[in-house]
Design a protein around this ligand. Structure first.
Ligand SMILES: Cc1cc2nc3c(=O)[nH]c(=O)nc-3n(C[C@H](O)[C@H](O)[C@H](O)COP(=O)(O)OP(=O)(O)OC[C@H]3O[C@@H](n4cnc5c(N)ncnc54)[C@H](O)[C@@H]3O)c2cc1C
Length: 404
């Protein structure tokens, strides 16, 4: 059985940025993650991707604690927090400290799907958002297609719709869709007669097929699948917002999502960092503890500064969203890019510091397990999903140099 190392965040990080309301949520989600997610974290990170391995029970407990309501207003049935984006971000960080698989599947549900639905009609909110917040329905969100995830311009989409007798008829395919194999519905981006539309499709529905979960390098507990649409009929009232606004709605939800990915990167980096600090106190080479070698002292000092910066950056991105800035591109792309990058950098260093143990899923000699290999595998996805890190640098470069 793994144990959690002492948290270096408590020793190094002075939180002068996030409001008290958010710090209270941090306390609550940390307690939940340690008590309810930690016992299943090893299985989530290691077990093969199968629908029966989705953590249904923990998911329900998260809903009962009200965490899925954090990003939403009172009118929509949410917690009505003053700083909903900050709350969502610390939920991501604290879950990722324990299991990034858990963060991935939860964020796809309450942030990407939930923040898409919250831009819809009262009908959409009552039928899908309220049960999503209560954990009675599992949501999924589909933009990516087999031929592209970065280029989701309307003209590039292969998922197409036609309007007929008050219904949309859709054909096409989406790829790597988190949770869709266990979901009750999918909010999907469709090119309807040349207009970008976000449609909610009930699952199962005639003409809809979902593949088995993909087998992945990391984030194994976050199940992804293809979904195929063949003449699928969607009622008119399942359009989120207006025709032509589908991509804008998706990008609005992604602002929350990207800040969350930055925060989950911080969670993983902090976890790998804390594992290293403990390991270096004990492991010896050439008659000295590893923590007495200046090489490693300097490296951890640098990583500590980077984690500090990344936490400040995602906090700023969340605060800007909570100030009502619709698209705080610089901060949210920066938080996503930087948080995910330092998670990968710190995970690589952690495997190196652990030496041979760094590669061990389980040591045959005594059945001991080592979390750093899991973080090494899980961290990579942060640089890829919700806009690759190249796309985020492009967004920032546009702010500097303009679109052309
Ligand atoms: C575990 C996991 C879960 C996911 N969950 C979801 C989900 O729930 N819903 C969903 O819709 N999608 C989901 N995705 C998809 C994810 O968002 C895409 O993989 C991502 O957007 C990248 O798209 P792509 O894989 O098609 O890569 P591509 O777009 O094909 O990119 C390939 C490479 O080309 C680079 N590139 C592309 N354009 C440019 C450019 N202009 N300049 C420089 N470089 C460029 C990219 O940065 C990348 O390195 C998930 C993916 C994973 C791995």
């Amino acid at each position: 059985m793994r144990t959690l190392p002492p948290r270096m965040q408590e020793k190094l990080y002075q939180d002068l940025i996030l409001p008290k309301e958010t710090l209270n949520i941090r306390k609550k989600i940390r307690k939940f993650a340690e008590k309810k997610v930690f016992p299943i974290a090893y299985d989530l990170g290691q077990k093969e991707e199968k629908t029966e391995n989705f953590p249904f029970e923990t998911f329900k407990k998260m809903a009962e604690e009200g965490f899925f309501k954090a990003p939403f207003s009172k009118e929509d049935g949410g917690l009505g927090l003053k700083y909903p984006a900050c709350a969502s971000a610390v939920i991501s960080e604290e879950l990722a400290y324990i299991s990034n698989s858990m963060t991935g599947l939860i964020n796809a549900h309450f942030l990407l799907t939930g923040k898409t639905l919250s831009q819809g009609s009262d009908y959409i909110k009552q039928k899908y958002l309220v049960p999503l917040m209560e954990g009675k329905m599992i949501g999924s969100f589909a933009m990516t297609e087999p031929q592209s995830g970065s280029d989701v311009r309307n003209e590039s989409l292969i998922t197409k719709g036609k309007k007929k007798d008050g219904r949309y008829i859709i054909n096409g395919q989406k790829r790597y869709i988190s949770n869709v194999c266990v979901a009750d519905f999918v909010a999907t981006l469709v090119n309807v007669d040349g207009k970008s539309c976000m449609l909610v499709v009930d699952l199962p529905t005639d003409g809809c097929k979902v593949s088995e979960p993909d087998k992945k390098l990391g984030n194994r507990g976050e199940l992804t699948s293809d979904i195929y649409f063949e003449d699928v009929e969607v009622p008119e009232e399942n359009l989120v917002g207006d025709e032509g606004n589908g991509l804008k709605i998706a990008l609005g939800a992604l602002m929350y999502g990207r800040t969350g990915i930055g925060a989950s990167g911080v969670g993983m980096a902090q976890s790998a960092f804390d594992e290293c600090v403990e390991f270096m106190k004990e492991r010896e080479a050439f008659g000295k503890k590893l923590n007495q070698f200046q090489h490693w002292q300097f490296l951890l000092a640098e990583r500590a500064i980077e984690i500090e910066n990344a936490r400040n950056l995602y906090s700023k991105s969340a605060l800007r969203i909570d100030q009502g800035i619709e698209f705080p591109d610089f901060e949210s792309s920066g938080a996503k890019y930087y948080g995910s990058k330092i998670a990968v950098d710190m995970a690589r260093d952690a495997v190196q510091i652990f030496g041979g143990f760094g590669l061990m899923v389980e040591l045959a000699h005594d059945k001991s397990t080592y979390k750093v290999e899991e973080i090494y595998r899980d961290s990579k996805v942060g640089e890829i999903y919700e806009g690759t890190n190249e796309i985020h640098r492009m967004i920032i470069a546009r702010k500097i140099f303009g679109k052309d």
